[in-house]
Ligand binder design. Sequence first.
Ligand SMILES: Cc1cc2nc3c(=O)[nH]c(=O)nc-3n(C[C@H](O)[C@H](O)[C@H](O)COP(=O)(O)OP(=O)(O)OC[C@H]3O[C@@H](n4cnc5c(N)ncnc54)[C@H](O)[C@@H]3O)c2cc1C
Length: 382
Amino acid sequence: MAVFTAEHNALRKLVRDFAETEIGPYTEEWEAKGIFPAHELFSKMAKLDLLGLEYDTAYGGQGADHLCTVILHEELGRVGPAGVALGIGVQTDMATPSLHHFGTEELKQRYLVPAIKGDAVCSVAVTEPDAGSDVTALRTRAVRDGDDWVINGAKAYITNGTQADWVCLLARTSDRPGYGGLSQIIVPTGTPGCQVQRKLDKLGMRSSDTAELTFTDVRVPVSNTIGELGQGFYQQMSQFQNERLALSYAAVGGMETALTRTANYLKTRDVFGKPLIENQHLNFTLAELSARLDLLRHYNYTAAAAYIRGEDVNRFATVAKLEAGRLAREISATCLQFHGAVGYMEEMWTARFFRDSPVWSIGGGADEVMLYVLSRLDGYHA
Ligand SMILES: Cc1cc2nc3c(=O)[nH]c(=O)nc-3n(C[C@H](O)[C@H](O)[C@H](O)COP(=O)(O)OP(=O)(O)OC[C@H]3O[C@@H](n4cnc5c(N)ncnc54)[C@H](O)[C@@H]3O)c2cc1C
């Protein structure tokens, strides 16, 4: 069982205060610009020791437990905008776990330390124009030339992609069939041949920049390989578990805010001579969604406890992200509906949350991929 201590509660307050002063007030500005200033924000977060909570103190991390990660993402999700929580999540729990677990000492000093210090922004680059759900279809190729990799290919939908100083790239390093032909390689984005093709215009998560990247004869040392050659697929699948859990934690924070704000609005809006909240249909619906959110939150806490015990959390991460995506879409649609016309206005948080929510059912593996993983884990198909 997950037990939050006084230290955890102090961290929660720290993150909440930080988000309320350094993120919340800039929501409209960053959403309109389609980007948040990652270097600036990460450097502020690093001063509060928030970018390497679970990482080894030898690299500037805090050596804290996974409940601290839960708190970080819940609180970032609670204050919003969700796009900023996503960009931070990529830095802390989506692009760096493999490096921390499998990277060499030299690689960690060169790339993990600046990421935790907030000096370097990073991305995880797996998806390609023709390879999303089926990671094994990816075509970006690294060919060995002496002590270097020469990389050619393209990556799509890369979060933090226009600002990243380095990417954790998944590339094909051999023609071995199956899962053994892929490796994870750190690619500094300043390397000649590495280019941001374009910044993508998205439905939601607008404060987070998302890019298409291309690699043309990009030369990086073979020593930039994370872990063992040919183990990239397995390492990325493990990294995806951190990603899926972080997405679910952040979604819970966002949904909690949405339900609270909606209840508050319904208390102040009089329709047919009484506050809307007095309609049983409305307050029952909020109560029901709140109960389901509680189930997800406590499922997340159980997942976190299993993670801390060092157990395999594949099933937990899969179920958590699947349910987070589905519940977020339902809650965002309901909150918008209960606000009436004003909820449909671009100036309202309801419109933003409605546009942001579908990403939890697509990014980090679509709902259907979660069902595919789950049906295999549970023995529903061969
Ligand atoms: C805002 C945003 C940020 C992202 N950030 C990153 C990032 O930082 N790094 C990165 O590498 N990627 C990132 N992605 C990409 C994301 O991981 C992929 O979009 C996702 O894995 C799905 O791949 P796809 O879009 O190619 O969909 P496809 O693989 O083309 O699938 C399309 C749809 O088909 C269905 N489907 C797929 N497989 C199955 C199946 N086996 N059975 C039944 N139905 C199926 C699903 O509904 C799926 O949504 C991001 C995406 C978004 C939207």
